[in-house]
Design a protein around this ligand. Structure first.
Ligand code: SF4
Length: 355
């Protein structure tokens, strides 16, 4: 058996095998970001990548090239690895774009990994985005490599020895002089002519009474209700019939106040007049003990939105069925990456000859 394999690999049949592999590159494309559009361009009628023997394929088990198109997050890294492991040998990986090389515009992101740390990469196609010509050149180079059985080929990047050093984790110290909190006054914008809004605010004031600190029209079809955290659930209970879903849950990190503003944006799918209206229920919670009651029992769509905010900011929504578990981001990701004081461990790159 092994003798037969040797004949195919390096014996009399090797040229046929090489020829077959060279002209049968079937890339499975991992579109994670905008580079995918360039790949589409490379294989559309203009460039017609298929004419050089590469046909994009959708099933990992029958392909032999992965083209990574864009940023790879910690979560996606597992998918990349599993896809690669499912592919039969011989298999190759091409990475497109600055994001895949070193993170690109997300280079200091909390969630990024480099594909080359997950799978062996044959070629990087630089650029943001790389051009279709660049991708096709990468594929041609891979074909050359397969044919010649060599490690090097026509694309040769200048090799610079880089040493990776770690320095202490540093979080910028808070400024010594803090500007006074700006006075923020929310008025009805002059150019908003919204009769229905005025009527709605009147109804809300009557319905909520003292539960709302303030109800303001902030723009056409936009109303903001400011509430204390202890009244949040009571307000939700009163609004849930009129507004049937939560569109988004947002957290604003107010550093000078050591607090978070938590907003629920609610609207209606069932009342035609209310459909364009977005009502923001805003409350403030201390950053040292950021806990709020969950509103998922009033609005089911608040459930996963709260989980995201819990993952990213560390605001605990007590009563959310997910509990304290992480939902959105991989468990290996550092905690609360969207807080303003979050900072990744810094990396310093120096050229060996410049020390
Ligand atoms: S390298 Fe540029 S074009 Fe490609 S995925 Fe990243 S941001 Fe998008």
């Amino acid at each position: 058996m092994s003798k037969s394999i040797d004949i195919v690999r390096s014996g009399i049949l090797a040229p046929i095998k090489k020829w077959g592999t060279k002209w049968s590159l079937w890339p499975v494309h991992l579109v994670t970001a905008c580079c995918g559009a360039e790949l589409a361009h490379a294989f559309a009628s203009g460039y017609d990548g298929e004419r050089i023997g590469a046909l994009n394929y959708g099933i990992a088990r029958q392909t032999n090239v992965i083209i990574v198109e864009g940023a790879i997050t910690r979560k996606m890294a597992k998918v990349l690895r599993i896809t690669w492991e499912q592919m039969p040998d011989p298999k190759f990986v091409i990475v497109m774009g600055a994001c895949g090389l070193k993170g690109g515009l997300f280079w200091n992101g909390y969630h990024l990994v480099r594909p080359s740390e997950v799978v062996p990469v044959e070629y990087f196609i630089p650029g943001c985005p790389p051009t279709p010509e660049g991708l096709l050149r990468g594929i041609r180079s891979l074909q050359d490599k397969i044919w010649e059985g060599k490690e090097k080929n026509s694309i040769e990047f200048k090799k610079v020895e880089l040493e990776r050093r770690k320095i202490e984790r540093k979080i910028p110290s808070p400024p010594k002089i803090v500007a006074k909190n700006p006075f923020i006054k929310i008025d009805v914008p002059k150019d908003v002519d919204w009769t229905f809004g005025n009527k709605l605010v009147g109804e809300l004031k009557e319905n909520l009474g003292n539960l709302a600190e303030r109800i303001t029209i902030t723009g056409k079809n936009r109303i903001c209700i400011k509430v204390n955290p202890e009244n949040l659930q009571k307000v939700a209970a009163k609004l849930k019939d009129k507004f049937d879903h939560v569109k988004s849950v947002n957290v604003i990190d107010v550093t000078y106040d050591n607090s978070f503003i938590v907003e629920y944006v609610v609207s209606s799918y069932s009342d035609k007049e209310l459909m364009p209206v977005l009502v923001t229920i805003a409350t403030k919670v201390s950053k040292s003990n950021p806990k709020l009651p969950s509103l998922h029992k009033y609005w089911i769509s608040a459930d996963y939105l709260e989980r995201e905010m819990q993952d990213l900011f560390g605001v605990i929504f007590e009563g959310n069925p997910w509990g304290n578990r992480r939902f959105l981001i991989d468990p290996s990701t550092p905690e609360y990456p969207l807080r303003k004081d979050f900072k990744l461990e810094e990396e310093v790159y120096v050229r060996g000859d410049q020390e």
